[in-house]
Each structure stands twice: as structure tokens, then as C-alpha cells.
Design a protein around this ligand. Structure first.
Ligand code: DP6
Length: 325
């Protein structure tokens, strides 16, 4: 019996992943860029145990059955194959942020699960291989393995589709001030959403321009050029949501408060605050700002109606083992 515990942060994408070239392997149709969110994490302990008849999952203090367990079992099956293991695993995991607050938990969950599973095997698995493995559980989990500002290449095979860091967490003092406008579980999760992407007439155009936006965003981060960064981040988010809204069936994630906040963020930027918005597959608005402006942004957010909660995260490190035994 061997055990290990790992922690991983969720991440927020600046250039979005939406649509797969292979749903089975989670090979994305476009490259993406994100930063890890410090302070928020999933912590997962994996114990490989010869005596277990099947993988088990305890999540936030509750034994899981059904779809959550099945997704973890599918992932552990892939991990077993890659690491040539035969035992089943006991998985105990918790998030320090509530699920259903619109902060994507699958990226942190599958990054922590992968790093803990590899750690408990006693094998020294390189970061790139951990990223590819995490990707099989949730695409965006590939980006929660490396530290700081991260790019995920599309690749054209399991081995070539990995994420890596291109700037350390202390490279640029960005803060994600997250305006929670709904705590409802989303109707259509990313997993069900990705296959609908090609049904939008706009997806081909979004994908065709993705490499250029990826390059522009990466250069803007490296140069700490907030104006260029803000423009391309908002445009990329708008493009993804345009695809979602024009898919069959259409996916509308925005609430009235979402649109009001997007307009407010643009207004605040015109007034001199260094802030821009980006949205994942949900209605909550991630306000990405320079650290000096984060308090102002938070105060202004609270003056809006429809805000349930405001959370704040700086740039986080990569997924890492907490201990190994
Ligand atoms: C809108 O990684 O959550 O957040 O691979 O099915 O788990 P699965 O999807 P997921 O998709 C993320 C979509 C997004 C954009 C992004 O994070 O790049």
C-alpha cells in the first residue's frame, strides 16, 4: 500500500479552450493560455491498495457514487495504464473553495489527482507527462500542473498535447477578482459543451484566429502590456461565448448581471482602472486586474446589484506533492 497527497490550483484561461479534435484524448482544436489561481486549491490523497476491489472516491467528506466516481475511475484506469500499475486506488479529496460557486473545480481536481496518483506510485514522472495525463481527466487540468502563466499546445497526439509554464508566478502581479452572480450548478458542463462547438458556424473562424490571439496574449504577458492584454482577453472570451450561443443546441451562460458587469468593466478601464473581464462556461465574471487596482475593482463590484460574493486570487504555483509515503 502506497500513498501520497497533492495540491493543485484552478486556473483562469485568457485564451480559451473550446472544442476538441479528439474528445476521447481531449486534444484541443486550439492552443490556450491561463494563469493559476493562488489561494484556491484541491487537495487529494491517493492510496494504491492491493486489497481494494475497485477505485473509491470521497469528495468533500462524502462518499461518491455515480458520474463523479465514474469519471475518476476512467481517469485512474488511464493513469494505471500509463504507469503500468495494477492496484485500485482510494481517493480522498477536498476543495478549499465551495463547488458550485462557478470556479471551475475539474482543473484543480484532475491535476491534484494525477500528481498524487503518480507520487503514490513512487515513479518519478516528468512534469510534461503529468500534464498530458491530467489532460485526459479534464482538458484544462493540463494547465493546472505547471506554475504561473501557462500555455497549452494543441499537439496532435497524447504525448504532444501538454502545457508548460512560460512565466513564473511573480512575473506579473495580476489578480483575478471574481464576481459571483450565481451559485447554481450550470445546466451544461464543459464536458458536454465541447462536442457542440463544431455545430456553430462561428467555430471555424474562432479557431482560425486562435494562434494569432495566443501569440498576442503571450507577448502581452511577457511584456506586461496591459492594454494589449485586456483587448485580446476580452475578444477571446467574447468569441468563445459567440460560438456557444450559436451552437446547436445553443448555450447561453450569461445572466443580466453578467452583461451589466462586462459593460461596467469596460467603462472602468476607459476611466483608467487596469481591469478586463473574461468568462468561462458560466455567468460569473472574472475581472483580471493589476494588483494596485484590485481593491478599487472589488469595491466597485459590490456597488452593483446581483453580486452574491467576490473572491480574489493572485497568480499561483503548479501542482505539487504535499507529502509522500
Ligand atoms: C470554458 O477543461 O472544463 O473553461 O476537458 O471536458 O473537463 P473538460 O473541459 P474543461 O473546459 C474548459 C472550458 C473553459 C475554457 C478554458 O478553461 O480554457
Amino acid at each position: 500500500m502506497t500513498t501520497a497527497t497533492a495540491r493543485a490550483h484552478p486556473n483562469i484561461a485568457f485564451i480559451k479552450y473550446w472544442g476538441n479534435a479528439s474528445d476521447a484524448l481531449r486534444l484541443p482544436v486550439n492552443p490556450s493560455i491561463s494563469m493559476n489561481l493562488d489561494g484556491l486549491y484541491a487537495e487529494t490523497t491517493v492510496t494504491w491498495d492491493e486489497a481494494l476491489p475497485a477505485d473509491t472516491l470521497r469528495l468533500n467528506g462524502k462518499d461518491e457514487a455515480g458520474p463523479a466516481l465514474e469519471r475518476v475511475q476512467r481517469h485512474l484506469h488511464a493513469v494505471r495504464q500509463h504507469l503500468r500499475l495494477t492496484q485500485y486506488a482510494r481517493v480522498v479529496s477536498h476543495n478549499n473553495f465551495p463547488t458550485g460557486t462557478g470556479i471551475a473545480s475539474s482543473a484543480a481536481a484532475f491535476a491534484a489527482l494525477t500528481v498524487a496518483a503518480a507520487g503514490a506510485s513512487g515513479q518519478a514522472v516528468p512534469e510534461r507527462a503529468l500534464s498530458t495525463l491530467a489532460r485526459l481527466g479534464s482538458g484544462s487540468a493540463a494547465r493546472s500542473v505547471p506554475a504561473g502563466f501557462v500555455r497549452w499546445f494543441t499537439g496532435d497526439s497524447h504525448e504532444t498535447s501538454y502545457a508548460e509554464s512560460f512565466a513564473a508566478p511573480d512575473h506579473w502581479a495580476l489578480v483575478d477578482v471574481i464576481a459571483i452572480v450565481s451559485d447554481q450548478h450550470k445546466a451544461t458542463g464543459s464536458q458536454e459543451g465541447h462536442p457542440t462547438a463544431p455545430t456553430s458556424d462561428l467555430q471555424a473562424a474562432r479557431v482560425a484566429g486562435a494562434a494569432a490571439r495566443f501569440e498576442l496574449c503571450q507577448q502581452a504577458i511577457l511584456a506586461r502590456d496591459f492594454d494589449t492584454f485586456a483587448e485580446v482577453v476580452e475578444r477571446d472570451s467574447n468569441l468563445m461565448h459567440a460560438v456557444m450561443m450559436t451552437s446547436r443546441p445553443p448555450l447561453f451562460y450569461w445572466l443580466p448581471a453578467t452583461l451589466a458587469l462586462m459593460a461596467a468593466v469596460r467603462r472602468w478601464r476607459a476611466e483608467g482602472l487596469r481591469v478586463c473581464y473574461t468568462l468561462d462556461a458560466g455567468p460569473n465574471v472574472h475581472c483580471i486586474c493589476i494588483r494596485e487596482d484590485a481593491d478599487q475593482v472589488r469595491e466597485r463590484l459590490w456597488q452593483h446589484s446581483g453580486i452574491l460574493e467576490v473572491r480574489r486570487a493572485t497568480v499561483g504555483g503548479g501542482a505539487a506533492l504535499v507529502n509522500a509515503g
